[in-house]
Design a protein around this ligand. Structure first.
Ligand SMILES: [Fe+2]
Length: 233
């Protein structure tokens, strides 16, 4: 992802009626600006002991391998100044290759995959890097409006080192034809900011005879290059 700069006034709209499920839960009053001292308040710290083997490889968490297109998603977690955020917890969740979540609330008539749970996590390394192995999620219908389908995406939750470095967002795949019809993607108004949510296909990350690779860098903070949040978060 290019570190495209965006205007600071292009924050996600908190009132976005096209994203129907947020109508009753978006802030109805002006946002409260926290005192400056909160900017340096340290967040929860997670250690390696919180992780299990294969937490970052969603294709190896069950007895068999999941169906679908195996992919590697990797990148760096950075602050506003481009510095790596080390030992930050990154959690992901996603639909399987058929576009179905392993969740009781998911009524999409697409098959569940007994070899795919759809959740992963890991800590960034000393360079702020992360890497997941998974399968490419499918698009799925979501009932927001007539013929509503979500573009393929992976949900990301990030705990940086500071409380101000908390972010829940979604990563998308390049060239998805559903972008222009998706109210969640479109709720980020600035097209340059939307680009920050789209991973890049990366032949250098792709492994021959095994998996396609994508790179997605994430910027935590309030600056121009910050990755937009998911308005439902
Ligand atoms: Fe989703």
């Amino acid at each position: 992802m290019a570190q495209t700069e965006r205007p600071v006034d292009s924050e996600v709209e908190v009132d976005w009626p096209d994203y129907r499920s947020t109508r009753l839960r978006h802030p109805a009053r002006p946002l409260v600006v926290l005192p400056g001292r909160f900017a340096d308040l340290e967040g929860p710290v997670f250690g390696d002991d919180a992780l299990e083997p294969h937490d970052d490889d969603l294709t190896r968490q069950h007895d068999g391998e999941p169906l679908g297109e195996r992919i590697i998603v990797q990148g760096r977690l950075l602050d506003d100044e481009g510095r790596p955020i080390r030992k930050a917890l990154i959690e992901i969740w996603q639909a399987n290759a058929a576009g179905r979540y392993r969740h009781d609330g998911d009524r999409h008539p697409a098959p569940l995959d007994p070899s795919f749970g759809g959740a992963g996590r890991r800590l960034t390394d000393d360079e702020g890097r992360y890497r997941f192995v998974t399968v490419k999620p499918g698009a799925y219908p979501w009932g927001n409006h007539e013929n509503a389908w979500r573009p393929a995406h992976i949900h990301f939750s990030l705990f940086g080192r500071l409380f101000a470095q908390r972010l829940v967002t979604q990563m998308y795949f390049p060239g998805d034809p559903l972008f222009e019809f998706d109210p969640i993607f479109q709720s980020v108004r600035d097209p340059r900011a939307r680009e920050l949510m789209v991973a890049s296909f990366d032949l250098g990350v792709t492994q021959p005879e095994w998996a396609l690779g994508y790179t997605w860098d994430i910027v935590l903070g309030r600056g121009r290059a910050a990755t937009p949040l998911d308005p439902d978060a």
